[in-house]
Write a protein that binds this ligand. Structure first.
Ligand code: NAP
Length: 479
């Protein structure tokens, strides 16, 4: 076996590759986590030499790494970089890749392109004999546009790679706090006995962005918030909150439990969409960056009914979660950039304190803007005149707790694991399909009910119906 190794990145000049993939690889190299002889071959249509490609990557790495960038470590990293131009839908680039990677062990093909190309690339790789017994493929979300298109992509992939060598990336799973959710639940005695319908009132998951669609209007417009964020990131978070304890930490044991949750999600179809979901689209308004245009006026935009905001009430029909709503909300141009899970416990069964002061406990797991876990518990204020209560957070600020450690980019962990062949933090095909099945039903319901987007002003928390969604059940969104 040759010592020469390679990772091939398709779509190497794109937004994701420049913002995430290459900066992550730079850090992995800097910390000595990449195989010493591994080259990184970027593929895209743009004309580049190895040198001009390395310059482009250097700019991107500098921007992403900020104070952690050094010319010396980039010079080491740059020795790995190679470039191959060509249209991936045509046979030509594959012959060039074969020539460039002669006598080389190809560890990983990373698809940083539109999902439309995943199948065709896998097919060309197979036909050109580029897939070796140890080669793996990593693909980005969303996989397809719905269940039918994801199955077409999966069918082409499965002709080229076995399931255990396909790494479906959902970068939320690469975040430390998300992995910590598993530790929090299953490495502590404190929570699991309370983690059910008897003690938990409801759960909220919010993924709020302040940015608009930026330069990705045409991509975003054909997906919308439900497919772009709920189908993958939010359902993954919901699964990790709701799953049963896995038998062990094997990739399949954990993924088996996540699939069970997805299969227990109560379908939301035409009869339920108006009650259980809200679709919104931002209009011009003000955010922290000043005046911003509406969705249709964004660069490259036009008239469209694609949702930039979704709120929904999900129900998990199993013994643990019967009667506990999971409220999900995501949107662009919201007032703050926040990703958080709030687990709201029930009130005490009988309060000896003044009723209005006895606020139920909350566990808040925050992924953005910074990673932290806080448990809000009731405390007495130090007053003489009266007994008053106030929720105080038992705060586990992970940024402070691990102050000396650099906060890693989620993709570092994912690329590291994919190169090593671990599938633990990647999504299995049946998870993707179960998620699409649930999402497709909502989309069909919207069509059947002709449910257009409700407008909301940029810089606000979405249409007022999103507030009514929780308030109908007696709860409020927690900001
Ligand atoms: P992008 O900016 O449009 O980049 C696409 C890349 O593919 C470019 O390098 C482009 O370079 C190349 N490409 C396009 N057509 C090609 C062709 N026919 N042959 C060869 N190369 C071609 O897209 P992106 O935003 O990086 O997204 C890539 C993938 O990541 C998508 O699946 C997306 O859903 C997923 N994703 C993106 C983000 C994000 O933040 N951007 C986040 C999560 C997931 P040339 O034009 O030079 O060929």
């Amino acid at each position: 076996m040759t010592d020469k190794k390679a990772m091939v990145i398709f779509g190497a000049t794109g937004d994701l590759a420049l913002k995430m993939t290459f900066p992550s690889l730079y850090f992995l190299d800097k910390e000595g986590h990449l195989p010493p002889e591994m080259v990184i071959l970027g593929v895209a249509r743009a004309q580049n030499t190895d040198a001009s490609f390395a310059e482009e990557i250097q700019k991107a790495v500098k921007q992403a790494a900020k104070a952690d960038y050094s010319d010396e470590s980039f010079a080491h990293f740059a020795q790995r970089l190679r470039y191959c131009d060509g249209d991936v839908t045509q046979p030509a680039p594959y012959a060039k890749i074969a020539e460039q990677l002669k006598d080389t062990e190809i560890l990983l093909f990373y698809m940083s392109t539109s999902p439309d190309f995943f199948g065709v690339i896998a097919q060309h790789l197979r036909e050109n004999g580029l897939i070796q017994p140890q080669s793996r493929i990593a693909i980005e979300k969303p996989i397809g546009h719905d269940l039918a298109s994801s199955r077409l992509i999966e069918a082409s992939l499965s002709q080229a790679f076995p399931e255990e060598r396909i790494h479906r990336v959902d970068h939320y799973l690469g975040k430390d706090t998300v992995q910590n959710l598993i530790a929090l639940r299953f490495a502590n005695m404190l929570f699991e006995p309370l983690w059910n319908k008897d003690s938990i009132e409801h759960v909220q998951i919010t993924v709020a962005e302040t940015v608009g669609v930026e330069r990705r209007w045409s991509y975003y417009d054909s997906y919308g918030a439900l497919r772009d964020v709920v189908q993958n990131h939010m359902l993954q978070l919901l699964c990790l909150v709701a799953m049963e304890p896995p038998a062990n930490l094997d990739a399949d044991s954990v993924r088996d439990e996540k699939v069970k949750v997805l299969k227990s999600l109560r379908p939301i179809g035409a009869a339920e969409v108006e009650r259980e979901t809200v679709r919104g689209q931002y209009r011009k308004g003000y955010t922290e960056s000043g005046a911003v245009p509406g969705y249709s006026e964004e660069a490259g935009g036009g008239n469209s009914d694609t949702e930039t905001f979704v709120a929904l009430a999900a129900h998990i029909d199993n013994w643990r979660w019967a009667g506990v709503p999971f409220f999900l909300r995501t949107g662009k141009r919201l007032p703050t950039r926040t990703t958080q899970i709030v687990v709201q416990f029930k009130p005490v069964p009988h309060s000896i304190f003044h009723q209005s002061e006895n606020v139920p406990n909350r566990l808040i797991i925050r992924l953005q803007p910074q990673e932290e876990i806080a448990l809000e518990i009731m405390n007495k204020t130090p007053e003489l005149e009266a007994v008053r209560l106030k929720p105080v957070a038992l705060d586990l600020n992970l940024t402070d707790a691990f102050r000396t450690a650099r906060r890693r980019i989620a993709y570092e962990r994912l690329i590291f694991d994919a190169l090593k062949g671990s599938t633990f933090l990647f999504v299995r095909r049946d998870e993707v399909e179960a998620a699409w099945r649930w999402i497709d039903r909502i989309v069909d319901g919207w069509k059947a009910r002709d449910m257009s987007c409700l407008p909301y002003t940029a810089g606000t928390w979405g249409p007022s119906s999103a507030f009514a969604l929780t308030e109908r059940q007696g709860y409020s969104w927690i900001e």
